[in-house]
Write a protein that binds this ligand. Structure first.
Ligand code: NAI
Ligand code: 15L
Length: 267
């Protein structure tokens, strides 16, 4: 399947830079957006710098788009006042633009932090109650609820990818469970864009790791088959972090250190 025009938000970020070069194979034109510098447009690219909280500018971004990969926003824990415009208003603006311009499929970069307050001895599926571990996780929970509403009300389909930790390598023992390689990220995004029927589907974005606390069995219809595993990094990671203090909330929850951040209002 080849799309006439795909929109990639957050295109200047870590995952955005990876997907910028990988998604070109699946579309005629790749429209790239961010508030950070994107450099010049290459062949088959359009560059449209936009702040996600700017509704009119986001509306223009969605014009003539076949599908969206929405990565833009603040990607770690911050104060609510910082999260609100980028992640909550920003994601609302993307869905409104999609509705107004008839865009029918969005791949939303949600996060494991939507369920970050489960413990690492609890394996969870995609239908357990959300337990966000901070304002960032709450904003991703809002994004998933927004996606569900726009599917139920307006027929716009979304795959909410609850991405674990997508980096070149797992950095610690927690990431042996949450890691997703960039190749598997590409597989997940492409499956999410091309699966014939998704409605609003939620799927954990991890590689085929030997130890993990996510159950993706309710998302088999998307056809995501991870090919990588964190196992080849295990010896090095365990040598660096031999012991886990199971009394440390930041080590025993799915969300890791996110569960201990804040409060941000010191008054
Ligand atoms: P990143 O922080 O490197 O990239 C996010 C991009 O969004 C940045 O380039 C930033 O300039 C842009 N952005 C921030 N605020 C904006 C605003 N108000 N308007 C327009 N653009 C804005 O993050 P990364 O790692 O590339 O993640 C991409 C997406 O995936 C994010 O939504 C993140 O929450 C999500 N995610 C990533 C994970 C990972 O392991 N890398 C794990 C779980 C979720
Ligand atoms: C996320 O949601 C973040 O965007 C990313 O930077 C990592 O912190 C990741 O989760 C994680 O939990 O490892």
């Amino acid at each position: 399947l080849r799309f006439p025009r795909l929109l990639l938000t957050g295109a200047a970020g870590g995952l955005g830079r990876e997907l910028r070069r990988r998604l070109k194979a699946y579309c005629d034109v790749l429209r790239l957006s961010d508030i950070a510098d994107l450099g010049a447009a290459g062949p088959g690219e359009e560059v449209m710098p936009v702040a996600l909280e700017n509704k009119a500018a986001v509306d223009a971004l969605l014009k003539d788009v076949s599908a969206v990969v929405h990565l833009g926003g603040i990607s770690t824990e911050h104060s609510f006042e910082e999260i609100l415009p980028a992640n909550i208003t920003g994601t609302f603006n993307v869905y409104e633009g999609a509705r107004r311009h008839g865009v029918k499929r969005i791949v939303f970069a949600s996060s494991n932090h939507v369920t970050g307050f489960y413990r690492q001895d609890e394996v969870v599926g995609t239908d357990v109650p959300m337990r966000p571990d901070g304002y960032y996780g709450l904003s991703k929970a809002f994004g998933e609820n927004l996606a569900q509403f726009y599917w139920d009300r307006y027929g716009i389909e979304t795959v909410s990818m609850r991405i674990g930790s997508s980096f070149p390598e797992p950095r610690d023992r927690r990431m042996l469970g949450t890691w997703m390689s960039y190749d598997d990220l590409e597989r997940l995004v492409v499956s999410s864009l091309t699966a014939p029927v998704v409605g609003h589907s939620v799927i954990y974005g991890i590689s085929d790791n030997a130890t993990a606390w996510y159950d993706n069995s309710k998302a088999r219809h998307i056809g995501y088959r991870p090919q990588d595993s964190s196992e080849r990094f295990r010896a090095a990671v365990e040598a660096r972090q031999p012991v886990i203090d199971t009394k440390d909330a930041g080590l025993i929850h799915h969300g890791g250190g996110f569960v201990k951040q804040g409060p941000f209002d010191k008054t």
